[in-house]
Design a protein around this ligand. Sequence first.
Ligand SMILES: *Cc1c(COP(=O)(O)O)cnc(C)c1O
Length: 382
Amino acid sequence: MTDMEVPARASISPAAIRDNVTLLRERAGGAAVMAMVKADGYGHGAAPTARAALAGGATWLGVAILPEALALRAAGFDVPILVALGTPGEPYDRGVARDIDLAAGTVRLVTEIAAAAARVGRPARVHLKTDTGMSRGGATPDDWPALVDAALAAEATGHIKVVGLFSHFACADEPGHPSIQRQLNVFAEAIELAEKSGLRPEVRHLANSAATLTIPAARFDLVRPGIAVYGHSPIPRAGTFGLRPAMTLTARVALTKRVAAGSGVSYGHTYHTPAETTLALIPAGYGDGVPRHGSNALEVLAAGRRRRIAGRVCMDQFVIDMGDDDISAGDEVILFGPGDHGEPTAQDWADAIGTISYEIVTTRIGPRVPRAYDEVVHKGSE
Ligand SMILES: *Cc1c(COP(=O)(O)O)cnc(C)c1O
């Protein structure tokens, strides 16, 4: 099967990713940009995304877990790569040996990373994580002094270098939420305590996409946008911020047929044709990332118009009701994309089924759907 013949595919525009990062860098003022490429670049492919993001002006890469960082190093990326989520018992020796930046939010993890560095024979680059109010990762204000002390002790032995202090927002996508200012204040206090104690971090960082775009006080030395890199608004009701969605999901019609009025369609007959009509079968289902609870809800662009999925989404396929409009087997339909041709966006799909664009593009588009990269990426826009 050649690439042209796959039933469904995700086309990805590295130029869109590059331009989104350039826009974010401008919005970040003087702060550097760490492009978050965890979860296989939010489903867009980690390495191609990283390449496009660096072309757009990012100078750091961020991932969630160590194997993601090791894969990027193995692919030849030599910029700083932060692993934002650390768990005891991971192969930190390999992380230190490959010069991966490691996050630590507990004394236990600082100790474990320092021990790995001692074995490897080079200092580990560590970012201390403080919990400023999200109650997820990181040391709370009560636990922060002990974490700072442990880090200072490990620096004294030469086994670690604290290169960063960071935290994460709970509600940056709700402008004006009272937790935002509280988290900013707690972060400032954590930085002050760490620096007064003698830590000299290169970078302090707090901002995700929403904060990068809307909270200037949160930019510090480095911002960590994720979803905006891929062109989706972190605050959909506030608009697109000029971002461009990088992924277009398409499929080719498998067959068409005329059926009588009142025909029950797909499993469970949850849709009946209101009149004699043409049905078109689309070879993409929940096995490819089309959410099953988008049955009778999601729209796609077919023959120039939006059509709602008729009946249940199956594992491999779904049906659309074309009325009397012309459509043939082999024609392309757009499931979602940037919206240029009137197709839904991933945001539209998210809205229709009560989730966020992140989940549509990152976790749903399955391994059966090949990613095709539109163009070669060059530095700067042309
Ligand atoms: C995923 C992640 C981000 C990016 O968040 P977005 O909302 O996608 O911008 C930033 N920082 C950390 C630590 C993350 O894990």
